[in-house]
Design a protein around this ligand. Structure first.
Ligand SMILES: *Cc1c(COP(=O)(O)O)cnc(C)c1O
Length: 432
């Protein structure tokens, strides 16, 4: 479900025309729908209502302060993976005691920062990290709340670059070793064994891998609760979204249709997992990223040129892999639609950016309605892992971001001035 719809022949975000926003703020432009963010959050939250639970938004999916504020206002917690993300959450009005801190490479400085801020828990990825957290906590004269990230070694059946829960991945501690690690950690005076965590991968569109992982790990969580009094079990994020029929999926009826039912919904997720989790009597944490923000954002871009080479048609746009790297990085599919719908025949084309890389494309050999130079397009489902993975490659300024709520629209990130790109650079003294 989302709130990007055609009204007549013009694409709207909630009650705001995207053509209007493109004129006002320029392109490329990310546009986020607050109502979609809220609805996604509430839907998951309500599905999990039978459990004592807390959705901790995975900040890395979209860390714009305004997006974080929406999550904080909904009562969400946060899953951060760096000291920078923790600072962002606090800057956006989020609370440290609702933050969990993941990531395989936490530095001493980040650990100290998180302890001083008073985070809810560290999700620990290795034994040396546990030792480091114990030491930093001792230096600060405090006790650090920790949960071990267990690697359950189940296949998530998603793209290799977003599979995290097998022994081929760098994440977590092997299932068989976890109890030994808790036993040793329990003897350290500055660690507080507060929970257990796992996360098996991203963009999962089947519930079975989640169920398999929970079935495997829940008995472990139970034993750790009995032995060490842990209070929570985080089952991670990874709920997938609809990319292939992104526009149609905005229609509530779509979710009832046969193709809609093939999608993993929060209700199906909850129906399978709640009965397995309820008997634990633990607080259940969720770490959704993409599910909350993915379909709540689009990337608006303008057609710069149409280029024919031999048998191919290239639609060259002003957005590029610098704004949305997912097609290049994950072979990802993103639906592309015109902001103004016209009755034109379909043309098979590649939509590409202007960066000097053959990997810089948004789609290949796709039948799209014929477009002309100057037309505006929306690349859908760009709300997660879009702006956060942007770069200045080719000295392209970071794009602007707009948040829409009903008939209101606000700039929530200004377009980066080009001079800011080299603002921290300087000539060597011998060059002056
Ligand atoms: C990336 C990540 C998430 C969020 O994944 P989504 O697929 O966006 O839900 C949650 N937990 C951890 C530990 C992660 O690394």
């Amino acid at each position: 479900m989302h709130f990007f719809r055609y009204r007549g022949n013009e694409l709207f975000c909630e009650d705001v025309s995207l053509v209007h926003l493109a004129r006002r703020y320029g392109t490329p432009l990310y546009v986020y729908s607050q109502r979609t963010l809220e609805q996604n959050f509430r839907r998951l939250d309500e599905a999990m209502a039978p459990l004592r639970h807390l959705p901790c938004y995975a900040v890395k999916a979209n860390s714009n302060l305004a997006v974080l504020r929406v999550m904080a206002d909904l009562g969400g917690g946060f899953d951060v993976v760096s000291g920078g993300e923790l600072q962002r959450v606090l800057a956006a009005g989020g609370k440290a005691e609702r933050c969990i801190f993941a990531g395989v490479a936490k530095t001493e400085k980040e650990i100290a920062q998180a302890l001083r801020a008073g985070i809810y828990c560290f999700n620990v990825e290795s034994v040396p990290e546990l030792e480091r957290i114990d030491r930093v906590a001792a230096d600060l004269g405090t006790v650090a709340p920790v949960a071990v990230r267990v690697n359950p070694d189940v296949a998530a059946r998603t793209h290799a670059k977003i599979t995290t829960g097998t022994y081929q991945n760098k994440f977590g501690i092997a299932f068989e070793q976890v109890e030994g690690v808790y036993a040793r950690a329990a003897r350290r005076r500055h660690l507080w064994l507060r929970g257990l965590q796992m996360h098996i991968g991203s963009q999962l569109v089947r519930v079975d891998p989640f169920e398999q992982a929970v079935r495997k790990v829940a008995p472990l969580a139970h034993r750790l609760k009995d032995r060490y009094g842990i209070e929570f079990f985080s089952i991670g994020g990874g709920l997938g979204i609809v990319y292939e029929q992104a526009l149609a999926s905005g229609d509530p009826a779509w979710w009832q249709s046969p193709q809609g039912r093939r999608m993993l919904t929060p209700e199906v997720y909850a129906r399978r997992l709640v009965p397995l989790l309820e008997p634990l009597g633990l607080r259940i944490l969720l770490e959704p990223g993409r599910f909350l923000t993915g379909n709540a954002g689009v990337l608006v871009t303008r057609v710069e040129y149409i280029k024919q080479t031999g048998s191919k048609t290239f639609v060259i746009v002003d957005a590029a892999m610098t704004e949305l790297i997912r097609p290049a990085f994950y072979d990802a599919y993103h639906e592309i639609v015109p902001l103004r719908r016209r009755k034109t025949p379909a043309v098979v084309c590649d939509v590409v950016g202007g960066v000097c890389e053959s990997g810089d494309y948004f789609c290949k050999d796709r039948a799209l309605p014929r477009v002309r130079q100057g037309d505006l397009l929306a690349i859908l489902s760009a709300g997660a892992y879009g702006s956060v993975m942007a770069s200045n490659y080719n000295t392209r300024p970071l794009a602007a971001e707009v948040l829409v709520s009903g008939s209101r629209a606000a700039l929530v990130r200004k377009r980066q001035p080009v001079e800011a790109i080299w603002g921290l650079e300087q000539l060597a003294p011998w060059q002056q």
